[in-house]
Design a protein around this ligand. Structure first.
Ligand SMILES: Cc1cc2nc3c(=O)[nH]c(=O)nc-3n(C[C@H](O)[C@H](O)[C@H](O)COP(=O)(O)OP(=O)(O)OC[C@H]3O[C@@H](n4cnc5c(N)ncnc54)[C@H](O)[C@@H]3O)c2cc1C
Length: 275
């Protein structure tokens, strides 16, 4: 391999999103690798491990952190985690080192950057609970200076690292509890909950109430098991997924006057025009 192609290989990675994304939808796309922040531009869309992402064959330019952001360490009595670190690795580390408060993460697929950006969580256990600060491309942001809520943060630039309070006492009982919570959820490829729960209600209940539970377009379906999980039965496409999403939004608005808000991210150049 020539030096030039070695450099290009380091800077760009071809990713087959039909294998990489949790929906198992998408095509092969060249993704720029962010080695350091000088590689980043605003018109790039930063991906983690696409466990919360529906990607079309026509996505915006994509960028992904390099492997140097995949680490976890204890330093200054704090837990410091690189943003590309997968949740499974964090869960194993916490178990091995008897660290508390991250038990829920073993059932939350994604990278640390995606988890923090989404303030991902299960019930009252959210990634922000133990956050101290994040390092982004331009600044160190303490939790108190970040606007965050249910599956929402105002972070709009690459997170490189997140730093958490360190408490000891890994709780195996909690792992079992989270495992149990997952039992009534579909096993087919999905991105978890499709819509956020509107205040005081459940997106799954609303989707069922408008007759969309178990409804299938092509290979995409609002699951029979849990209506708020949009699942891929094998050869589901972006277009079929969007059809169902639009249908759910329309029917729920017409019947309940509630505007369902997507929890998943849609990556398509024309998405906004299609809505
Ligand atoms: C079966 C299943 C069950 C799930 N259950 C839950 C659940 O119970 N609760 C829950 O909260 N989520 C759940 N999810 C969704 C998913 O686990 C989380 O949203 C997770 O945070 C996605 O991480 P990711 O790295 O794959 O992010 P991606 O899908 O790649 O990206 C998601 C968002 O994060 C941003 N992002 C990614 N990396 C960075 C970074 N370094 N800096 C800044 N922004 C970044 C992206 O730009 C995008 O906006 C589930 C998903 C699946 C497949």
């Amino acid at each position: 391999m020539s030096v030039l192609s070695w450099i290009i290989n380091k800077m760009i990675k071809s990713i087959d999103f039909s294998k990489f994304s949790s929906f198992k939808i998408g095509s092969v796309v060249d993704v720029k690798i962010l080695e350091d922040c000088s590689d980043y531009r605003d018109d790039y869309y930063l991906i983690g491990s696409c466990n919360n992402t529906l990607i079309s064959d026509n996505p915006p330019p994509l960028i992904k952190l390099s492997k140097k952001y995949d680490y976890i360490k204890i330093e200054d009595n704090l837990l410091k985690i690189g943003a590309l670190t997968p949740s499974g690795k964090i869960a194993s580390f916490c178990k091995k080192h008897n660290i508390a408060n991250f038990e829920f993460i073993s059932h939350l697929p994604g990278t640390l950057g995606g988890l923090v950006k989404m303030n991902a969580g299960l019930k009252e256990f959210e990634i922000f609970n133990n956050l101290v600060y994040i390092n982004t491309c331009t600044q160190k942001r303490y939790k108190k200076d970040i606007v965050f809520g249910y599956r929402y943060t105002d972070i709009n630039e690459p997170i490189l690292e997140a730093v958490f309070n360190l408490e000891y006492g890994f709780d195996e009982q909690k792992v079992m509890m989270f495992k149990k919570m997952r039992l009534n959820q579909p096993k087919k490829p999905s991105a978890g909950s499709c819509f956020k729960n509107p205040q005081g209600d459940y997106a799954g209940r609303l989707i069922e109430a408008v007759g969309l539970k178990g409804i299938r377009i092509g290979d995409m379906e609002f699951s029979e098991v849990h209506a708020n999980f949009l699942v891929n039965n094998g050869n589901g496409t972006f277009e079929d997924a969007i059809y169902l999403i639009k249908e759910a939004k329309k029917r729920v608005y017409e019947k309940f006057n509630i505007k369902l808000e997507l929890e998943i991210e849609v990556l398509d150049k024309n998405w906004l025009e299609k809505l």
